[in-house]
Write a protein that binds this ligand. Structure first.
Ligand SMILES: Nc1nc2c(ncn2[C@@H]2O[C@H](COP(=O)(O)OP(=O)(O)OP(=O)(O)O)[C@@H](O)[C@H]2O)c(=O)[nH]1
Length: 602
């Protein structure tokens, strides 16, 4: 059995791009787990997509052995955490698997919104937070300022924080020593019934679901009959082990204090929800670990194959992705404009984009996506309450008593010169001002309560562009609120395009409708006849644009002569047509369905 006093379970928390993954790599490299040559650019971010986007999506873990200056060998379990608010729940579970957290702060940027959010989450889980100042190699680095900021704003001691460059490796050895000395050792009860926290899981085609867990008490080994306390799933363990670099290394048993994995021929990640407690079915613990929460999708949209014949492929691909991602939801739906597809639910817009990209890249699918929508609550006059995920299913206004929309509490960190611009933005997005705190002289933390549907479209982009990249955002759901909402329909050549309908606040409907029409006018190519584009609420048209008629068709260029040229042109036109959607007698390019989502033009 491994001596718990020689184990350190920790994670690294940071705002996006402050260098979390780089530091993780450096730690792995310095403890000799991998030679530099063996090391892929970034070990912990091992999904191709993650690497390209440079963000951490799925929590991963790695076990390394460190020979400390005190002469002892320590086992480090480094648990990686996702860096984006969409995955906050996963962050929270990863933190719960640790005893300490390394807080990485960029010496040039200082504290950002997610630095704070992550620190508060870590403190909520009673983790000891060890600050580290990164990127001191940058000419603009100002470690002294950042140290003071950490002490003033977060209130933790930071004078002896290692000042490092994760990139060059400078002073990273100090971080390793501080992990030994400042992160507490686990103190589980080995003789108590098994109690383990699931902090992640992946699907493997050979082994089935691989469950990542932190053993709090007791012991688990091959043959143990395990029981998942929240999902009620019971099964027998096939293998236990720990995490090498990018590989799973089997071992005899996992005991209190350890971090490792369990396999048990489980077919679906849904049976192994993150946050659930694993116990021994024959000798169960009395109480589950606290904090389990079922994560529900917050944003829905329709996904359609660009080529209708690929519907089956899309279904298979979604099924496969879902094996690995319990928070992805989908069900079949049909649209008049787009044909057969799926209504899919996501944790947020980034999650949506990631799934969309994986479908396109890993499964070679061409997709049309409809406008993302949040879940509205519709209170009908007959007392029924509907949770609306697709705007086209909105009941007739005469049947609606009132509607409610989801709200979020948002914290925006911004340098003082942009406070005005960001306040304007929040105002336009129907935000309710809830206060402002100055961090130091140059920066402030703005607090707003905002409707979720105002931030899922292009709020991040707008925030970045209006602050020249200096604002950062963190938010969490904050219940539902009654709101004056209407369904905005788009009519192309008098035909309603169901995939373009969306729910919007009555006060912004006119503005949105006008911008949508303008955007569509640019996207829809001229055809032989004039095409009116209208935005309407019910039968009332609130905006209109017109695509003028085109004079000649492509064949006119051929002077009626060469038949093979004519064929070629028709072929070309056909290729183009595949990317078009026929609505009535008008063809709408597929990209029009997406481009209308980005309407902020400042
Ligand atoms: N100059 C300099 N650049 C660094 C240092 N550490 C990291 N970087 C760079 O900063 C960028 C972000 O680093 P990452 O390690 O990917 O950041 P992260 O915090 O893991 O980002 P997420 O995975 O999105 O949370 C990369 O381009 C790194 O090369 C450093 O010490 N000095």
């Amino acid at each position: 059995m491994i001596d718990q006093s020689k184990i350190r379970n920790f994670c690294i928390i940071a705002h996006i791009d402050h260098g979390k993954s780089t530091l993780a790599d450096r730690i792995i490299e310095m403890t000799g787990l991998l030679t530099e040559r063996e090391m892929q650019a970034q070990v912990l971010d091992n999904m191709e997509l993650e690497r390209e986007r440079g963000i951490t999506i799925k929590s991963q873990a790695v076990r390394i052995v460190y020979k400390a200056k005190d002469g002892n060998e320590y086992i480090f379990n480094l648990i990686d955490t996702p860096g984006h608010v969409d995955f906050n729940y996963e962050v929270s579970r990863s933190l719960a698997a640790c005893d300490g957290a390394i807080l990485v702060v960029d010496a040039a940027q200082g504290i950002e919104a997610q630095t704070l959010a992550n620190v508060y989450m870590a403190l909520d889980h009673d983790l000891d937070v060890v600050p580290v100042i990164n990127k001191i190699d940058l000419p603009s680095a100002d470690p002294e300022r950042v140290i003071n900021e950490i002490e003033d704003v977060i209130g933790i001691e930071a004078q002896d924080a290692p000042q490092i460059s994760a990139k060059t490796g400078l002073n990273v050895d100090q971080v390793l020593e501080q992990i030994v000395n400042k992160v507490p050792a686990p103190h589980g009860d080995v003789d108590a019934p098994l109690k383990a926290l699931i902090f992640d899981s992946v699907y493997d085609p050979y082994k089935g679901v691989i469950v990542f867990c932190r053993i709090k008490d007791g012991c688990v080994k091959k043959g143990t009959k395990i029981h998942m306390m929240a999902t009620g799933f019971t099964t027998e363990v096939v293998e236990v082990g720990y995490f090498g670099a990018g590989q799973f290394i089997p071992c005899d048993e996992l005991t209190a204090g350890m971090v490792g994995y369990i396999t048990a021929s489980i077919k679906n990640v849904r049976d192994t929800r993150v946050g659930d407690t694993v116990t021994d079915a024959d000798n169960p613990c009395t109480e589950a670990l606290p904090g389990y929460k079922k994560v529900n999708p917050m944003v829905y949209c329709g996904l359609y194959p660009a080529d209708g014949a690929k519907y089956g492929d899309l279904r298979d691909a979604l099924e496969k992705l879902q094996l690995n991602d319990a928070s992805l939801y989908y069900e079949p739906e049909t649209s008049v404009a787009l044909g057969f597809g799926f209504r899919c639910g996501f944790l947020g817009l980034l999650h949506l984009e990631i799934i969309q990209e994986r479908l396109e890249r890993e499964y070679n699918l061409d997709l049309v996506t409809t406008a993302p929508s949040v879940i509205y609550k519709v209170y009908k006059t007959n007392g029924e309450i509907i949770e609306l995920t697709n705007p086209t299913n909105l009941p007739d206004p005469s049947e609606i008593e009132y509607m409610e929309e989801p709200m979020v509490k948002a914290e925006i960190m911004v340098t003082t010169e942009f406070i005005g611009a960001i306040m304007d933005l929040c105002q336009e997005r129907r935000g309710q001002y809830e206060g402002m705190e100055y961090m130091e002289e140059t920066r402030a933390l703005l607090k707003y309560r905002l409707p979720l549907n105002e931030i899922i479209y292009d709020f991040f982009d707008a925030l970045k562009s209006r602050s020249r990249g200096y604002a950062s955002l963190d938010y969490e759901l904050d219940g539902y609120e009654r709101s004056e909402l209407v369904k905005l329909d788009i009519l192309v050549n008098k035909e309603e395009v169901d995939a373009l309908s969306f729910i919007v606040h009555a006060d912004t409907a006119y503005e949105r409708g006008r911008k949508m029409c303008e955007k569509l006018k640019d996207e829809i190519p001229r055809q032989l006849f004039e095409i009116p584009i209208q935005a309407a609420i019910g039968s009332k048209v609130i905006a209109r644009e017109t695509v003028r008629a085109m004079r000649k068709d492509v064949l006119a260029k051929c002077y009626g002569g060469d038949i093979s040229r004519k064929k070629k042109l028709l072929e070309k036109q056909k290729e183009g047509k595949k990317r078009m959607r026929q609505v009535g007698n008008v063809e709408i390019p597929q990209k029009a369905f997406m481009s209308v989502l980005k309407l902020d033009d400042k």
